[in-house]
Design a protein around this ligand. Structure first.
Ligand SMILES: Cc1ncc(COP(=O)(O)O)c(C=O)c1O
Length: 371
């Protein structure tokens, strides 16, 4: 039986057509029409006028911080429960992260704790709000807090493409937002990212920085430090084919989530990541919490039992404030994300996962009780 992965790529069938077009037109470099079209189409889906296709979501976050003016001596508040790529770019700029715990009701940044962090630390000049596992943060609350103090808000929407917040597509809630098309995301370019904003100047500046900060001159002229962060025309072709099926992929992931809820409904001690009333998640990954007191099992026993059957499951993100690399960083709160990490498990959630596979996964999971 083939291994079941946590979140493998799911091709639409149109990728080869668009790739063939790129190859046959000799536009495999530099940039090219698929890059421009991918930017336009993604901006349309997100409902934000300006977009910049980049080599990764990490690159998008890095450039976002630079165009917001973040640099040495600054601090940036960031949710603790996330992937390290939300926080690493803060260090790339020479600034330092301040981690903020999440709210147990949404698993995203706790607005009250953010308010406390900003009150205590005037060095904080920007906030990285992370949409976790496809669920948006509470942007009304977070935006009000940031606006009151004139702090820039950056949305890490790497995991939330296709989700919505109060009826609007994820990615338009903050001044600037970053998406990822990494291989495990809802749609993928094999690797890639996108920066989106309503601010044309920021996107123009990021565009220049992403191509080695070349000045408009016939020779290579530079007045600032640049990066090589653009997306290739080949990968943009793949991205366009993937974007065509985004709505289907989100619907499939939501069905996977619903099916797990049905299959595990009667299991004591097993609960699911809550869906906040303000939005609709894309269910990128279905996450459960296992309470060892009442479940008769624990998250690691379940993970190992699945692994023994060649099924990939993974603990939730280990919070950044518990990571050795960030041990010096200040933390506001911390118990919620630490406890979620202790008990949380991401189940296989790919949009091509069959209901037969899901039944098998649930059976293996339930069989760990009392063993
Ligand atoms: C929350 C979050 N931020 C940032 C990233 C970085 O994106 P990329 O892998 O495209 O650099 C990812 C995923 O990989 C992510 O899950």
């Amino acid at each position: 039986m083939a291994r079941i992965y946590l979140s493998p790529p799911h091709l639409s069938g149109r990728e080869l057509d668009l790739l063939r077009d790129a190859v046959e037109s000799n536009w495999i470099a530099p940039l090219g029409p698929h890059v421009e079209a991918f930017e336009r189409e993604l901006a349309g889906v997100v409902g934000v006028p300006h977009a910049l296709a980049l080599s990764s979501g990490t690159a998008a976050l890095h450039l976002a911080l630079i165009v917001l003016g973040i640099g040495p001596g600054d601090e940036v508040a960031c949710a603790s429960l996330t992937f390290s790529a939300s926080a690493n770019p803060i260090h790339y700029t020479g600034a330092a992260p301040v981690f903020v715990d999440v709210d147990a009701a949404t698993w995203t940044m706790d607005p009250e704790l953010l308010d406390r962090a900003l009150a205590d630390r005037p060095q904080i000049r920007a906030v990285v709000a992370v949409d976790l596992y496809g669920q948006c943060c509470d942007y009304d609350a977070i935006t009000a807090i940031c606006d009151r103090r004139g702090i820039a808000l950056l949305q890490d929407a790497a995991e939330s493409l296709g989700a919505s917040y109060r009826g609007a597509p994820a990615g338009g809630q903050a001044a600037i937002a970053a998406f990822s098309f990494n291989g495990n995301k809802v749609i993928t370019t094999s690797g890639g990212g996108m920066l989106v904003s309503r601010n044309a100047d920021w996107i123009a500046h990021a565009r220049k920085l992403s191509t080695q900060a070349r000045e408009p001159a016939p020779h290579y002229e530079h007045t600032e430090i640049g990066f090589n962060y653009r997306l290739s025309n080949l990968l943009a072709a793949v991205g366009r084919a993937q974007l065509e099926v985004l709505a289907d992929r989100v619907a499939a992931r939501r069905r996977v989530n619903e099916r797990y809820r049905e299959l595990l409904a009667d299991a004591p001690g097993i609960s699911f990541m809550p869906e906040a009333s303000y939005g609709r998640g894309n269910c990128w990954l279905t996450c459960i919490l296992v309470d060892p007191e009442t479940a008769g099992t624990d998250r690691e026993s379940i993970r190992l039992a699945l692994e023994a059957e060649d099924i990939e499951a993974r603990p939730l993100w280990k919070p950044m404030h518990l990571q050795p690399v960030f041990r010096e960083a200040p933390m506001v709160g911390g118990d919620v994300s630490a406890s979620l990490f202790e008990r949380g498990l991401c189940l296989p959630s790919g949009s091509a996962l069959t209901s037969g596979d899901q039944e098998r996964i649930a059976e293996i999971l339930l069989a760990t009780r009392g063993t």
